[in-house]
Write a protein that binds this ligand. Structure first.
Ligand SMILES: [Zn+2]
Length: 407
């Protein structure tokens, strides 16, 4: 077996291991040859076996992979998988060791002063909106155009199919045409689901298709739904390019998409920056508000995760924090807690507990500053080519090196 084959095999095995212990596989998507399918890999391996195989794969990668960016990308992914195994095996890791080990970022709480500044921005953005005080204004804003339950389900399963075609066209017009490259796209199917810890999910199916699910237990209004649609659609687009790169290069590791690695930081960062990529106009005052609420929600979400997982506060206290400091309704705070809690309702390790950092850190520390620089220097063509034509740039481990040319 060559190094790339070992890499894909071990991803599948760690996926089977995480599925056994948490109900969720670390493998998010696979579109490679049937023999290397995660389902065909061992489901029995212990943590000791897996760590041993990971170390052998490290050696094989060092011996066989010449492209420095590809090597660094794969080593980073493998390192994260090693941390996944240690974590799920019960090794004594602090929450910050876990977050930093998985995502190659530093974990820090946002100060209450930063949160105050963010609240002030929301207050300013909402000065003309109706309501007694900020909390009342945000509640009214959320209720306006709210879509829930059956109406939401109908919207997702009918109108969104049409909306997806329009968004696909936006990506083609504004990004692909600029890059001077195209990618096959067999479309996205939308589905409404319930009882999931997330609000939306892109399941990339391979053969240039996705299934995008939206959780109808969550409340959406037309603005938050639109933001989620762009986010999930960008995941689809970035996976299309990855599949194309896999077919062109035959680099097997591109056919497997693991969670909880440096890749996720960039993938969630680009998804949270999709509206900027597409230059979606923010003339609408409701969008200005949404853009001001976004950092407040993300920052207080991260702080809640640290309070819960690192400082040991209770779920009720974390809900209070999100309500008081994130200006969420109690219902919305309670709905989002399942994603960040250390354990699930049935007492298992919550696989998603460290994941919340990827979105905001990916956007603010990696993707957005680089994108803004590219805009300033009139280098958007090369920015998109770097991002979408070379999948090895898409990791927190390789990102800065990949954009060194952007001085
Ligand atoms: Zn996402």
């Amino acid at each position: 077996m060559n190094a790339a084959e070992r890499f894909v095999k071990i991803c599948g095995e760690v996926g089977n291991f995480s599925e056994r212990l948490t109900g969720i596989s670390v493998v998010d998507a696979y579109f490679g040859p049937e023999d290397f399918h995660p389902k065909k890999q061992s489901k029995e391996k212990t943590a000791i076996d897996l760590v041993h195989d990971i170390h052998q794969t490290f050696d094989a990668l060092r011996d066989e992979i010449d492209d420095p960016l590809r090597l660094e990308y794969m080593m980073g992914e493998l390192h994260s998988l090693n941390v996944v195994v240690d974590w799920l095996d019960g090794k004594d890791l602090s929450y910050s060791d876990l977050v930093e080990g998985l995502f190659h970022i530093s974990m820090k709480k946002f100060s209450e002063h930063e949160i105050d500044k963010s609240i002030k921005l929301v207050t300013d953005a909402m000065s003309e909106f109706p309501g007694d005080d900020l909390r009342d204004k945000i509640r009214k804003y959320g209720n306006e155009g709210e879509i829930t339950g059956e109406a939401l389900q109908r919207l997702i399963e009918n109108e969104l199919q049409q909306r997806a075609l329009e968004i696909a066209q936006e990506f083609k017009n504004k990004i692909n045409s600029l890059m001077g490259a195209s990618v096959p796209d067999n479309g996205v199917r939308y589905e409404a689901v319930q009882n999931e810890p997330w609000s939306g999910y892109n399941w990339y199916q391979g053969e240039f298709k996705s299934l995008n699910q939206f959780n109808i237990d969550r409340k959406f209004n037309r603005d938050t739904l639109a933001a989620t649609i762009y986010h999930e659609y960008e995941h689809h687009v970035s996976n299309l390019w990855r599949e194309k790169a896999f077919l062109n290069s035959s680099n097997l590791e591109l056919s497997i998409v693991p969670l909880h690695t440096g890749r996720c930081v960039i993938s969630e960062g680009t998804a949270d920056t999709a509206k900027d990529f597409l230059q979606i106009s923010d003339d609408d005052p409701r969008i200005v508000v949404l853009n001001a609420i976004y950092p407040l929600r993300r920052m207080t979400g991260i702080n809640s995760a640290i309070l819960l997982n690192d400082e040991g506060i209770s779920v009720d206290e974390a809900v209070d924090y999100m309500v008081n400091r994130g200006y969420r309704t109690r219902e919305s705070a309670e709905a989002s807690i399942a994603f960040i809690s250390p354990t699930t309702k049935d007492g298992k390790i919550n696989f998603f507990a460290p994941y919340i950092f990827t979105y905001f850190i990916g956007r603010t520390n990696f993707v957005l500053p680089t994108f803004n620089k590219a805009v300033e220097q009139d280098e958007l063509v090369k920015f998109y080519q770097t991002l979408y034509l070379n999948p090895y740039t898409g990791s927190s481990v390789t990102w800065n090196k990949a954009y060194e040319w952007l001085s």
